[in-house]
Design a protein around this ligand. Structure first.
Ligand SMILES: Nc1ncnc2c1ncn2[C@@H]1O[C@H](COP(=O)(O)OP(=O)(O)O)[C@@H](O)[C@H]1O
Ligand SMILES: [Mg+2]
Length: 359
């Protein structure tokens, strides 16, 4: 496996056969500078969120994903096997709300990327409609810079420029609408496209993640809020980094534990809110392995009682309890599978490994 690119946050490998492996590390980069402190599981969180969106948007645009599971074991969960694309060096940004660099550009000359906006907009204002505000991917300054739609046309041709704009706005609108259903505002987002081997314009990189988008909670959104909206994305780290007096040059500041923790919690929170899925936490081991079924019944009965619900289950005979336990597990969509240890279990109770069925 050959490493072909080591980005600020992700590493790119070429797999035997020609597929690419995009590996998301736990690194954080702000203002184009990598910070020395990783955020545990960040790479996995972003990979999972991106994968969820790629599927969600599959009818909008072809994407580079080949497989999320057919990846080397050492990178499981944080890697995507993907098609190698000839990347288009334009950062395709859609904005539905005004903040960050877009806001500063607007305050200076009333436009963003050449798009004229109405007067009177403030930090966090919702735009009349989402706008396409591309930036260069690389520039002499090393930072991304706004370019106009005309610039994009000159760079990639009229037809492709229009496709980039339309696809970017469609991805944003679909994403924003989907996230809004779960109380999340997507203020803006950045996507990258490339050409696949057959010349098909394809969505690459990552999509609608906490690194590539600004996420706010709808119930906390306050246009004009001093210091900006409360961020559930990388903005949280950007904001913290500036409180340290850092001048945005190498080396980046070391993140204290509480900032690492709350960044991670924010990434998990957004992942869960958007996808409706629960993030499995390593620091909270699953209670299922080796759960004693008899104990399980007792625990559930006790829980029901606590809630004022009385179970008629008073089985004392082992076989009855056994049957009740199995019914309970099947009602909970948990399949008990006998573990090897069960045979050696000394206290006489059968122990099971229970597996949650995803349904
Ligand atoms: N399918 C793909 N084929 C080729 N390059 C890709 C593909 N998907 C993403 N990339 C590139 O991989 C890199 C991802 O790493 P990242 O850490 O984001 O790097 P960067 O610092 O360049 O933004 C980006 O440069 C992105 O353009
Ligand atoms: Mg990148």
């Amino acid at each position: 496996m050959k490493k072909v690119h080591s980005g600020k946050v992700r590493d790119l490998y070429e797999l035997p056969g020609g597929d690419l492996l995009l590996v998301a590390t736990d690194r954080v980069s702000v203002y184009d500078v990598g910070l020395p402190t990783p955020v545990p599981e960040k790479g996995k969180l972003l990979t999972a969120l991106s994968a969820w969106w790629f599927e969600e948007l599959a009818d909008v645009v072809p994407n580079h994903v080949i497989s999320m599971s057919d990846v080397p074991a050492e990178f499981a969960g944080r890697a995507v096997r993907c098609k190698p694309l000839r990347m288009i060096p334009v950062e395709c940004i859609a904005r539905g709300y005004l903040t960050g660099l877009g806001l500063r550009e607007y305050q200076r000359d009333g436009t963003v990327s050449g798009v004229a906006l109405p007067p009177g907009l403030v930090e966090g204002s919702k735009l009349p409609e989402p706008i396409f505000t591309p930036t260069t991917k690389f520039s002499d300054t090393g930072h991304d810079e706004f370019i106009t739609f005309d610039d994009v046309e000159m760079q990639v041709g009229r037809e492709t420029a229009a496709q980039l704009r339309d696809l970017t706005l469609e991805i944003y609108s679909r994403g924003a609408e989907r996230a809004a259903r779960n109380g999340i505002i997507i203020a803006d987002t950045k996507v990258e496209f490339g050409w696949d081997a057959d010349g098909v314009l394809t969505l690459g990189d990552e999509v609608l993640t906490s690194d590539s988008s600004r996420f706010w909670r709808a119930d906390e959104w306050k246009p004009g809020r001093t210091g900006g909206q409360r961020a559930y994305d990388k903005q949280y780290v950007r904001d913290w980094s500036l409180t340290t007096g850092w001048d945005k040059t190498e080396p980046g500041p070391t993140m204290p534990d509480d900032i690492v923790r709350s960044t991670r919690e924010r990434y998990i929170d957004v992942y869960q809110r958007i996808t409706g899925l629960t993030w499995p936490r390593d620091d909270e081991p699953s209670p299922w392995p080796s759960y004693n079924l008899h104990q399980l019944v007792d625990d559930v009965v006790a829980l029901l009682k606590e809630k004022g619900i009385y179970s008629t289950l008073t089985a004392t005979k082992t076989t009855e309890r056994e049957r009740a336990s199995k019914q309970l597990l099947s009602a909970l969509c948990i399949t008990p599978t006998l573990t090897p240890e069960a045979a050696l279990d000394l206290d006489g109770h059968e122990r099971y490994n229970a597996r949650m069925e995803s349904n």
